[in-house]
Write a protein that binds this ligand. Structure first.
Ligand SMILES: NC(=O)c1ccc[n+]([C@@H]2O[C@H](COP(=O)([O-])OP(=O)(O)OC[C@H]3O[C@@H](n4cnc5c(N)ncnc54)[C@H](OP(=O)(O)O)[C@@H]3O)[C@@H](O)[C@H]2O)c1
Length: 243
């Protein structure tokens, strides 16, 4: 089996996910570009390959059981294992998301992608991760999911606009992350959540102030942690994000 490290990045056709794929590729990793749209996926794979990355396309809609099972099969056949899974795909559900007037279908859709999508993909990939000598799972969260920051507890400042679908979906994802950490405590899988900061991407109409490459840095660090590195943490560039 190849010694080249293998990663799958979900939602890697653009934004932060693309830059995570590019960054891992520049470190010599082989990177599966998980993306649901064939044209956008193949364009991203072509761009990555042109930049020297050993990239391959992985058809993947995180909300679709059949698609996710197919992605796991593709990686099993092509690579035989997975060293890092970066659950990056996410949506905001659009706005406004005032709790008192939100359309519940928006909340459902956001949770389906940002939370259930992560569980679906993680469970499909776990058998492949278990075949790695140093498996890593990175869940792309957001500091808007931090209850400490939302509530102002401990001097933390409130973050982001009121968004009853998006922000709690990241809180839910953080809690899910810790449940995996607990279940898999006796394995060598390091599992962490990452916040990329406020990054200029389609997600926020490019209002963010950081570049996608800057936003990718923490996830790349967590995907490439050395053995014995942290697990069960929530990190941004500046350090630990309070839950
Ligand atoms: N930008 C920020 O400031 C910021 C801050 C904190 C956290 N984050 C998180 O960072 C992650 C990446 O966001 P981004 O800013 O890079 O946004 P983005 O540019 O909108 O990219 C989102 C990616 O997710 C994919 N995606 C959405 N739904 C999917 C599905 N059902 N199946 C597969 N892929 C799906 C999109 O694919 P399509 O092109 O097909 O839609 C796209 O590739 C998200 O989890 C987001 O919540 C972003």
């Amino acid at each position: 089996m190849t010694e080249t490290k293998i990663a799958l990045v979900t939602g890697a056709n653009k934004g932060i996910g693309y830059e995570i794929a590019a960054g891992l590729g520049s470190l010599g990793w082989s990177v599966g570009v998980g993306a649901r749209d064939e044209v956008r996926r193949e364009e991203a794979v072509s761009r990555l390959r042109a930049a020297g990355v050993d990239a391959f396309g992985v058809p993947l809609d995180v909300t679709d059981d059949v698609s996710v099972a197919g992605a796991a099969e593709l990686i099993a056949e092509r690579c035989g294992r997975l060293d890092a899974l970066v659950n990056n795909a996410g949506i905001t559900g659009g706005g406004p998301q005032q709790p008192s007037s939100v359309d519940l279908s928006v909340v459902r859709a956001v949770v389906e992608t940002n939370v259930l999508g992560v569980i679906r993909v993680t469970n499909a990939m776990l058998p492949l991760l278990r075949r790695s000598a140093s498996p890593r799972i990175v869940n792309m969260s957001s500091s808007v999911g931090s209850l400490a920051r939302q509530s102002g507890l401990g001097g933390e400042t409130t973050t982001g606009p009121v968004a009853v679908a998006y922000a709690p979906s990241k809180t839910f994802l953080n809690a899910v992350t810790l449940q995996y950490v607990r279940e898999l405590a006796d394995t060598n899988i390091l599992i962490n959540a990452a916040c990329p900061g406020f990054v200029a991407t389609d997600l926020n109409g490019f209002r963010g102030v950081r570049t996608p490459a800057q936003g990718a840095a923490t996830a790349i660090r967590l995907a490439t942690l050395p053995d014995g590195g942290p697990t069960g943490g929530f990190f941004e560039d500046a350090g630990v994000v309070p839950w």
